[in-house]
Design a protein around this ligand. Sequence first.
Ligand code: DGP
Length: 110
Amino acid sequence: MSIFQKIIDGEMPADIVYNDDEVCAFKDISPKAPVHILVIPKKPIKSLSDMSSDDIQLMGTLLFRAKQIAAEQGLTDYRLVTNNGAQAGQSVYHIHFHILGGRPMGWPPG
Ligand code: DGP
């Protein structure tokens, strides 16, 4: 079971900023920007590579919630990132989008 599943199940504390039947969002424990929030589906999809066609609507919902949460946090400019696989920087295998904002962002990412 991933650490994010434990957060969803209430077994692990987190600073939750959004929660509904399908989506949960909470502050990253190791923030890389003044605003750093993780947006996850409650369905335990491991990574973007594991998304199936059954998940298209859910992932659209996730994107919509991400933009709402970013706005609620006062962000107009921000980055929305998913790391897919270890080489891309994924460390938790429950799909998530990072909302990163509140400072200028470089490009390309390292
Ligand atoms: P990634 O490396 O893309 O898989 O992102 C995983 C993120 O999850 C990373 O930025 C740190 C964060 N994280 C790991 N464990 C916890 C935790 O227990 N609580 C919270 N809030 N965030 C966590």
